[in-house]
Design a protein. Structure first.
Length: 190
C-alpha cells in the first residue's frame, strides 16, 4: 500500500514537472579517500607542500543536455598540514590565509559541459581570502566502478593575486608566486 502511494506520487511529479528535473545525477565526495594538496615553490629551499584534511564537495551532472553540469568543492583552511610545521601559525595568520576572517577556500565550476571524456579542461572560480579569480583546471576522470569515480585535477594560480603573503612575505624573491593545487578525489553516486 505504502509503496503504491510513493510510486503514484513519483508518477504524478514526473507528469507535472519537466523531465529535466529527473535527469540529474549527484556524485558526493568520499572524504576519507580524497585529497586536496598544494605546493608553492621556494627559492633555494624545499618547496612548501601540504594538504587539507577537511574537504567537502559534490558534482551534479546533467544527463540530458550534458551542458549544465556543476561542481563545488571547499577546504577548511584550518585543517592545513604542511612540511614546514613551525610556520603553520604564520600560514593561518592574516599574513597568509587569515583563517579567522576567511576560514574556507572554494572551487566552483559554475556550469560546464561533460560527455564522458577521460580528460577535460574547464574554467573554475577559485575563491581564497575573499578574492575570486577564474583559472583553468585540468582534469583526468576515471570510472572505477558503476558507482565510483576518481578525478585527478591540477590548477595553478598566482598566490599574490589572492594576497597569500603580505608585507615582507609578498615578495616573490624567496617564496615564488606560482602556486599549484592538485586533487585526487573519489566520488560516489548518490
Amino acid at each position: 500500500m505504502h509503496s503504491n502511494i510513493i510510486i503514484g506520487i513519483l508518477i504524478l511529479l514526473y507528469c507535472i514537472f519537466p523531465h529535466s528535473i529527473f535527469a540529474k545525477e549527484e556524485w558526493v565526495l568520499d572524504k576519507e579517500l580524497s585529497i586536496i594538496s598544494f605546493e608553492i615553490p621556494v627559492f633555494l629551499a624545499k618547496n612548501v607542500r601540504g594538504q587539507f584534511t577537511q574537504i567537502e564537495g559534490l558534482i551534479e551532472l546533467d544527463l540530458e543536455a550534458k551542458e549544465n553540469n556543476k561542481a563545488i568543492f571547499s577546504v577548511d583552511i584550518n585543517s592545513i598540514e604542511m612540511n614546514y610545521k613551525k610556520y603553520r601559525n604564520l600560514m593561518l595568520s592574516n599574513v597568509f590565509f587569515n583563517v579567522k576572517q576567511f576560514p574556507i577556500a572554494l572551487i566552483d565550476t559554475k556550469k560546464f559541459s561533460y560527455e564522458d571524456e577521460s580528460k577535460l579542461e574547464i574554467l573554475v572560480e577559485l575563491s581564497i581570502k575573499g578574492v575570486t579569480e577564474t583559472v583553468p583546471l585540468q582534469l583526468e576522470i576515471k570510472r572505477l566502478a558503476e558507482e565510483l569515480v576518481q578525478i585527478k585535477g591540477k590548477l595553478e594560480f598566482s598566490r599574490t593575486a589572492f594576497k597569500i603573503g603580505i608585507g615582507k612575505w609578498s615578495s616573490t624573491a624567496i617564496l615564488k608566486d606560482n602556486a599549484t593545487i592538485e586533487t585526487d578525489l573519489f566520488l560516489f553516486r548518490e
